[in-house]
Design a protein around this ligand. Structure first.
Ligand code: GDP
Ligand code: MG
Length: 429
């Protein structure tokens, strides 16, 4: 079946935007590695769309027979049966196993009973995310944990089937009674006809044979699995919903992951940018404190600020030339100077001096001026950051409004306090 054009386009766009993020030199390697794993996951989902496959996850309690059922559906021994997963108490140890045969991809899961509620939910979402359809395996009536898990799975909007496994252990009447109870207990979550009895790996039967000489011999006979009803139901759903299921799921998943990655990248950039701004704050503050200049000149001593803005441009992947960055600093400074004159004036100087009592008055004044220099650098840095984040733009309200918003949004007094402390520490050295 050809991949839908829209999906193709979307997949291509997702892949391209992710590659762009991965190649971004401003992303620290730790984040890049984490993203690479996400990216591989998305790529494999996009790949799946090209193939004609149905991804079926098998979910349920440990020992319900999930692995055995996976094998029976695939018609081969793909998963290990009967092995206890001792480490499933750790949610992140919950690994998903995958095997394919004739377009059917089975995803085996570690089982839910050793997991706490939260981990169980996480596993359920993880499983749902990589599957088109979920088969919930039980070997009797549902426990409370099983019902909780089933409810969580139902919220993921994947088609949900319940397989009552190990029916070889029951008489026909018992089996029908159990099926009926299961159907009632899952009535709001699963359709009646999607609760199906199976025997994934019936236990061997002892048979008595007569050999050639008429002696009785006891041997055990393996019985074949019986999963035909479940399999044809799966295929019917696959037929009905076709590739739309996996296309929609892959698209949603990729989109969500891209959003998450973009957020992580944005957060990392902000963090790196904050570090850059702080470095320049210290440099500026110390320079000013050691060589006090009139307050009005603070904003015009822009050499350091321009260098900072060049660095910020790199952090945000939007390189600025030295002259572009000088112009940007000038634009911001003009707005800041206007605000300072109009709004704060002496109040700002008073704030800068606040808390600086006693000592040599020259040091006090120096620290106050240094703090102002620091504060100005924070404002310039934040304003430049704002401009860069918006893709080198001040937005529809222009630079004046943007700078005023930044000034209003920052806690001036706590910035000045931090600055004074840092400067005094350095001056006393
Ligand atoms: N009697 C019977 N035993 C089964 C059936 N399916 C699985 N088992 C047994 O149940 C145990 C657990 O099976 P397994 O597939 O490993 O369970 P999982 O932990 O859910 O993957 C194994 O000993 C299987 O042989 C079945 O249909 N009938
Ligand atoms: Mg298993």
């Amino acid at each position: 079946m050809p991949r839908a054009a829209a999906t193709d386009e979307r997949g291509g766009a997702v892949a391209a935007s992710l590659r762009g993020l991965l190649d971004d030199p401003s992303i620290p390697s730790g984040v890049r590695d984490a993203m690479a794993a996400d990216f591989r996951r998305i790529e494999s989902m996009l790949d799946r769309l090209e193939r004609d496959e149905l991804h079926v996850a098998v979910f349920g309690r440990v020992s319900a027979g999930k692995s055995a059922l996976g094998n029976a559906l695939l018609g081969r021994e793909a998963f290990t049966v009967g092995v206890l997963h001792g480490t499933t108490t750790e949610a992140d140890a919950a690994r998903l196993d995958e095997a394919a045969n004739a377009g059917l991809v089975l995803i085996d899961t570690p089982g839910i009973n050793e997991l706490g509620g939260e981990a169980r939910e996480k596993l359920a979402f993880e499983v749902a995310e990589v599957s088109d359809l979920i088969v919930f395996v039980a070997d009797g009536d549902l426990t409370r944990d099983e019902r909780d898990a089933l409810r969580t799975l139902a919220t993921t909007r994947r088609p949900l089937l319940v397989a009552l496994n190990k029916v070889d252990r029951y008489s026909d009447d018992e089996r029908d009674g159990l099926l009926e109870r299961l159907r009632q207990h899952t009535a709001t979550l699963v359709r009646r006809e999607d609760v199906i009895a199976v025997a994934a790996q019936p236990s061997s039967r002892s048979v008595v044979e007569l050999d050639a000489s008429g002696h009785e011999r006891l041997s055990s006979e393996r019985r074949p699995p019986d999963v035909t009803a479940l399999k044809s139901r799966l295929l019917a759903i696959a037929e009905r919903e076709g590739k739309t299921l996996s296309a929609i799921n892959a698209g949603l998943f990729a989109g969500r992951l891209t959003d998450q990655i973009s957020e992580r990248v944005a957060a990392t950039r902000r963090e790196v940018a904050s570090g850059v701004i702080r470095q320049y704050c210290v440099a500026k503050a110390v320079a000013v404190a050691l060589n006090p200049v009139p307050v009005a000149d603070l904003l015009l001593a822009g050499g350091l600020d321009a260098a900072m803005v060049v660095q910020l441009g790199r952090v945000y992947g939007l390189p600025l030339t030295r002259s572009e960055s000088g112009k940007l600093v000038a634009t911001i400074s003009v707005q800041l100077a206007a605000l300072m004159g109009a709004v704060w004036g002496m109040q700002l100087v008073a704030s800068a001096l606040k808390g600086l009592s006693g000592g040599v008055s020259v040091v006090v004044t120096a620290a106050a001026q240094g703090a102002l220099g620091w504060y100005a650098t924070v404002l310039i840095g934040r304003a430049a950051e704002h401009y860069l984040i918006a893709g080198k733009s001040w937005g529809e309200h222009g630079a004046k409004r943007a700078v005023a918003d930044i000034v209003a949004g920052l806690d001036r007094d706590s910035i000045l306090r931090e600055a004074r402390e840092e400067i005094l520490r350095r001056l006393h050295r």
